[in-house]
Structures are given as C-alpha cells and as structure tokens.
Design a protein around this ligand. Structure first.
Ligand SMILES: Nc1ncnc2c1ncn2[C@@H]1O[C@H](COP(=O)(O)OP(=O)(O)OP(=O)(O)O)[C@@H](O)[C@H]1O
Length: 262
C-alpha cells in the first residue's frame, strides 16, 4: 500500500491580540501596551494516511481542523514537525478562497483551475462540465463579488471536483449551498472516494462522515483525541455532550436523510 500523507509531530502557533473591552484598549494604548499572546492551534499532531483512504476529520469548533487541512494542502507551513504529501491535491479549503471579486465567474474558474494545477487546455476541455455542475446560470459572466455565498461555494467546489488529483480535501462542503447542491456534492465525493483518491473530509455531521469515510480523526484542542473507527469516533465526540443540543440533532437528522439519498 502507498502512503499518501504523513503528518509527523506537527505544531502550529498563532499570535493574537486580545483587547477585551474598549476601555481596556484605551488604557493599554495610554500605557503604550498592546495585549499580545500566542495560541497553539495544533500541538504534536501525528498520523499517516494510505492512498485511497477516506478520512473524516472531526472535532469541536476551534479544535484545529481547518488549520490541519491548510498544512496538508501546503497553504500554511507548520512551526514544528513535518507534513509529507504524495501527489496532486485538489479540494475546497475555504469557500471563495483565491477568488477575485471583480472578475467574472468564468474568469475565476480559469484562475482557480490554474491555481489547482490545471492547464488552460485542460480547463477549456472541462469548462462545460464545471459550468454545468456550478449551475450559476446567467451569472457566469457577472463579477463574483455580486454572488451569494452559496453561488461562491458552487463555483469553487465545481472547479475542485473537476481537477485530476490524488488527494481531495473538502472542508465545510455542507455548510453552505442549498439541499440539491449538497446532494450533488456528496454524490460527487462518493465517486471521488470510489475512484481510489485519498479523501479528507471535514464535517460536524456524524451521518455524512459515517457514509463517506472509513476512518475518522478527532481533533481535541489541537491534539489527536481519537484516530480510528468512525462509529467509535462519533461516540468519542458524544462524550462532550453534543447530543444535548436539539438543533444539532435536527441537523444531523437532515444530513442523515441527505446522506441516505445518495
Ligand atoms: N490565521 C490565524 N490567526 C490566528 N488564529 C487562528 C488563525 N487561524 C486559526 N486560528 C485559531 O486557531 C484555532 C483553530 O482554528 P481552526 O479554524 O483550525 O478550527 P476548526 O476546528 O476548523 O474550527 P471550526 O469547526 O469552527 O471550523 C482557533 O482558535 C482559531 O481562532
């Protein structure tokens, strides 16, 4: 079996400036002080992924999932440790990342595709499929600055799923987009998974991770809290009392319905 991703003792620290109240800001300014601190978003994270595995990346808000995906995709570098990746990466890290508001949907497709390593000829050949999947209709030649957040997501996801890649990363796919689009995304991701591409799927939805993934990594305050069987990972997460949230349960039921549709 070929190893696809190696994450070795990786840590990432961010600096932040904390000014809790306007009064405190003014006091600090008068004293010539700036409240600065640092925050370890990832702390000694290690795991390996084999080619073709489909990993659900789970964890509470702020546990470090997006940061980890940024390191894996090369958008960011770790402060400590190393990330080794084999092959071409595609995916959607953040909705609308790398989009230029003043350019049309069409121009952004070409630019986004180029950023993901596609040549102009490849994009020409796939343009109609990309446009059909995004389904933004007559807005294709409108500047994307005038798009709704859902339309933004459709365009970005559509380019990402049409890139020939070895690793596919999907963050927040189900967070935006209407129900038919979510269904289409899940269906396409299932095809990607079945074609032997390594997949990293970030989701708060237990149902869709169960459907999509054969292994789950749960991040817990920047460390690997659990790595293994999806059902066990979901149980691990419920220790934190997620199932007390009626809204989360409703959402999970809706996602379960969606996941069962595909
Ligand atoms: N560029 C940055 N500068 C400062 N802090 C950051 C930066 N990026 C992330 N963080 C902090 O790192 C922590 C982890 O953030 P991250 O976005 O990785 O979490 P997450 O698990 O993806 O959360 P969510 O489920 O809410 O999307 C958070 O506390 C966040 O505020």
């Amino acid at each position: 079996m070929t190893t696809s991703i190696v994450v070795q003792d990786v840590s990432k620290t961010f600096r932040y400036q904390a000014h809790p109240t306007l009064k405190k800001v003014l006091q600090d300014r008068l004293r010539g002080e700036h409240a600065k601190g640092s925050f370890k978003a990832l702390d000694g994270v290690s795991f390996e992924v084999q080619q073709g595995e489909s990993i659900g990346l789970m964890g509470l808000n702020g546990s470090g999932k997006s940061t980890l995906l940024k390191l894996v995709s090369g958008v960011m570098r770790p402060d400590e440790g190393q990330v080794l990746v084999r092959g071409r990466i595609s995916g959607l890290i953040a909705t609308g990342a790398g989009f230029h508001n003043e350019l049309s949907g069409r121009d952004n497709i070409y630019m986004n595709a180029a950023m993901l390593g596609m040549t102009k000829e490849e994009t020409d050949a796939k343009f109609d499929d990309i446009a059909a999947f995004a389904d933004v209709g007559r807005f294709m030649d409108t500047p994307v600055g005038n798009y709704s957040s859902g339309m933004f997501a459709r365009l970005g996801f559509s380019v990402a799923v049409h890139v020939d890649c070895d690793i596919f990363i999907a963050d927040e796919v189900l967070a935006v987009g209407d129900r038919p689009f979510k269904r289409k995304c899940l269906k396409r991701m299932k095809e990607i998974r079945e074609s032997g591409i390594t997949m990293f799927y970030v989701s708060h939805s237990a149902a869709s991770v169960k459907k999509m993934c054969d292994r789950a990594i749960v991040l817990d305050k920047g460390t690997v809290g659990f790595d293994g069987d999806v059902e066990e990972a979901i149980k691990f997460l419920h220790y934190d009392g997620d199932d007390d949230e009626p809204d989360a349960e409703d959402e999970d039921e809706r996602d379960e319905e969606l996941a069962n549709d595909i």
